[in-house]
Structure formats: C-alpha cells, structure tokens
Design a protein around this ligand. Structure first.
Ligand SMILES: O=P(O)(O)OC[C@H]1O[C@H](O)[C@H](O)[C@@H](O)[C@@H]1O
Length: 430
C-alpha cells in the first residue's frame, strides 16, 4: 500500500502545505507515536485495536462458525461498528454466500429482506459489543420470530458476537448458541480486524488470515516518522489540512467494491475525531460516478475539502470494443480499467490545478490482503490524527446522548435526555 502526498504540497497546489511544515509536523508525529506505542503496550482502551493483527485468533473464529455447513446467506444484525467492518469486507470480496446487513430499523427494509431469504439455509450473525443496543436487539427479535414462523429452529442458525456480559451474552448462554467475545479495549469502529468484523467474512469463506497479514504489514510500518509509514502520512496530512481549514474529507474510492469502505471510514473519522468543536467531516463519494455530480463542488465550491482518492492498481479488466463512430474511436482498443484510471488521474490533476489538496492511496488489489492493509492504515491514521488534535479518539458521548434519549422515549428507563425531546420547539408551516 502506498500513500502519495504530492498533491497536498504547496508546490503542486496553492493552499497546500510546504515540505518544511511536514518536517515540523514530523517531530509531533514522533511524540504521538510514542504515546500510541505506550497505549498499545498497556493494552489501553482504544489503542489495543492497533494490536489486533497479532491478537486476533483466526482459527478460533473459523472453529466458532464451522457448524454452519454450506449456508446460502449470512445476515449480520448489528449497527455502527458492529456492522460496518464486516460489511466492508463482505461487500468488497466475492463469495457464493450472500451477505446482508440489518443495521437499521426501517420496517419495510427489514420485512423485504426477511421475505427474500431462505431462512432455513441462512446464518444469523448477531453482533453487539454492549449487548444492549436497541436497534440490534429489536431486529434480532424480529428475525427470531420470522424464523419460528418459517418453521426454522432459530437457535440452530444463530451466531452471537458480544461482550462478556449483557442481554446478548445471557441469551447465548441460555440457548447454548455458538458465540465469540468482542475483545477488551476495542471500540466498535476499530473492531473490523477482530471477531466482530471477521466472523461474517469467515462464514463467507474469505481468507481471514490474509486480512490480518495485510494489517500486520501496516502495523510493522508504524514508526516515529510520517515519511516511513503510509498510515501516519495520511493521518498527519489530514490533520495538517484540517488545521488549514480543510474541514471536510471526501473519501472517493475508484472501485465499486470499496463503496462500503467509505461508509466504514465515515464512522471511524466522524465518531473518533468529531469532538471539542474539532474534527473533519467525512463525505462519501465514488469514482468515477461522482465525478459527474459532486466533483463540481469539490473543485469549485468552498475551499474546505481534502479529497482522498483510493484505487487498486491491479484488477480484472474489460476491453472496450472498437467502434466506427469517429467521435468515439479513441475509446476502441482501450479498456474500462484504463478509462477508470484516466478518470482518476484527471480528477486529481484537476483538483490540484484548482488549489484543492488531494491524497492518492493505492493498494495492489481489492483482496483480503489489500483490505487488511487499507483498514488498519486508516485506523492508525485516525489514532494519530486524534493524538495530534488532542481529542479523546475512543469515546462517543454525543452518540450516547441520542441512544439514551431514544431509550427513555420507549420507556426503557428514566433518562433526562428524553425530556429534551418532549421540550422540542416547533415552528410548523403547512
Ligand atoms: O456494538 P454495540 O454495543 O451494539 O454498539 C453499536 C454502535 O453503537 C453506538 O452507536 C456507538 O456509537 C457505535 O460506536 C457502536 O459501534
């Protein structure tokens, strides 16, 4: 994996950063790296996530899911960090097992999915670190009932990943369900390389060892200089640009298979760094499609964006047939991959020319190893950014506020946050 910072330099784009600025920042990267290493050694909350490449036991995950012989589908019931990591992996990789996610409580969508599945050959993968998240538990109760209605023994088809205690752990014990534990010290949005993200991938038959190997390769490159670590290079430059007003970060992979990766990145970046009035708002875009919609804004709108362009350098390709239409002759003999690459390079050049900094991230292939590299690197980048910005990367009090309010509204306890909902101002125009 490599990160190319050329288009954030002030020599490539006005409003970029100078090499001197990066070198000065590098001294702070060394301090931040030192703090991160101490956190990892002590397995402190959050920092522990960066130890996962060697702490996660892929055999234990494979063993735990081995009782599900030849499933047609796996439905992961979870939300946020308990769904997006697994979804990123299974959406990016091909498998004969269809992977679905119930990570919302939209009744129509839930019903539509359940109606479409052969529940007798579907594995239900319920994931919740806390074991208390309302959306996840409600969806699971609905799935349970759908299975019972279809004459399927839900306990036979259910797999649980949760903490050592909580409602879900009690349920797993009561029904003797196969289960895995969420490792200590790993917040949901940093859990893709643990049991949380890898169980669904294992059920789909993906090579989870290779995912961890890719992650380990990035882990091995963490060092006290941003010039030696692609992960730190990305984290440090994102921070430096945010300090200069680039308060939005458009994650724009040029691969359909990485579309869900942008969603995962959005949670990682938003929940980790959006604190104390600071942060960089993640935007989700897809190349080349969004060149024809959002790019206008990125190039000519407010100067508040970093654009992150991601691509794989090797992929399957499709030749573009020759045509006798004169105006299209230039396309014939070339390929869709070449066209996609030309679009990618044109976009980064056009952004730079308009004074809009952008970073190029490349992996060799969208395969298990490449995904492991990319996901670990983004996590380490995020942790480094959090250190440089001096925010508490691993908490999410603003999200917890909403969770308590919703629970209070549903009669799940006495939460003062629910009162604020009742006191809502109204200015209704009909
Ligand atoms: O895994 P769970 O405990 O069910 O939590 C699922 C999600 O809940 C909250 O919304 C948190 O802010 C997320 O970080 C977390 O990933």
């Amino acid at each position: 994996m490599q990160v190319d910072l050329g288009n954030v330099l002030d020599t490539a784009t006005v409003h970029g950063v100078s090499r001197e600025t990066l070198e000065r920042l590098d001294a702070r990267v060394a301090d931040a790296h030192d703090r991160i290493e101490r956190g990892r050694e002590a397995s402190e909350h959050g920092y522990e996530a960066l130890n996962l490449p060697s702490r996660t036991d892929p055999d234990a995950i494979r063993d735990a899911v081995s009782r599900f012989d030849d499933p047609s589908a796996v439905v992961t019931v979870g939300i946020g960090g308990s769904a997006l990591g697994a979804a990123t992996l299974t959406d990016a990789l091909e498998s004969d097992v269809d992977a679905y996610y119930l990570d919302n409580v939209d009744p129509e969508a839930v019903e539509e999915l359940l109606d479409s599945l052969d529940l007798a050959s579907t594995v239900v993968n319920v994931v919740s670190r806390s074991g208390t998240t309302a959306e996840t538990l409600a969806n699971f109760l609905v799935v349970q009932e759908a299975m019972a209605d279809a004459g399927v023994d839900w306990a036979d088809r259910t797999f649980v990943t949760t903490g050592e205690e909580g409602n879900l752990r009690d349920l797993a014990e009561k029904h003797d369900l196969p289960s895995l534990s969420v490792p200590d010290g790993v917040p949901g949005r940093f859990s893709v390389l643990s049991t949380v993200g890898l169980a669904a991938a294992a059920i789909c038959g993906h090579d989870i060892d290779a995912i961890l190997e890719g992650a380990a390769a990035q882990e091995a490159q963490l060092s006290d200089s941003l010039f030696d670590s692609p992960a730190y290079a990305y984290g440090a430059v994102s921070y430096a640009l945010a300090e200069r007003g680039m308060l939005q970060n458009a994650m724009m992979p040029y691969a359909e298979s990485l579309e869900t990766f942008s969603e995962w990145f959005a949670q990682l970046w938003a929940e980790s760094l959006g604190k104390d009035g600071l942060g960089q708002t993640p935007l989700r875009a897809l190349g080349a499609t969004d060149q024809h919609s959002q790019l206008q804004l990125y190039r000519a709108g407010p100067r508040d964006k970093l654009v992150t362009l991601v691509r794989a350098t090797e992929r399957e390709d499709v030749a573009i047939p020759e045509t006798d239409l004169d105006g299209l002759a230039y396309l014939g003999g070339s390929s869709l991959g070449e066209l996609l690459d030309a679009e990618f390079e044109a976009t980064e050049a056009s952004l730079a020319a308009a004074g809009r900094p952008n970073v190029r991230i490349e992996i060799d292939r969208v395969d298990e190893y490449g995904l492991g590299e990319l996901l670990y690197a983004m996590e380490a980048a995020c942790v480094l950014y959090g250190e440089l910005a001096n925010v508490d990367t691993f908490v999410q009090p603003a999200v917890e506020w909403g969770k308590r309010a919703a629970r209070g509204l549903l009669g799940g306890g006495d939460f003062e946050e629910a009162d604020a909902v009742a006191e809502k101002e109204r200015l209704v125009i009909e």
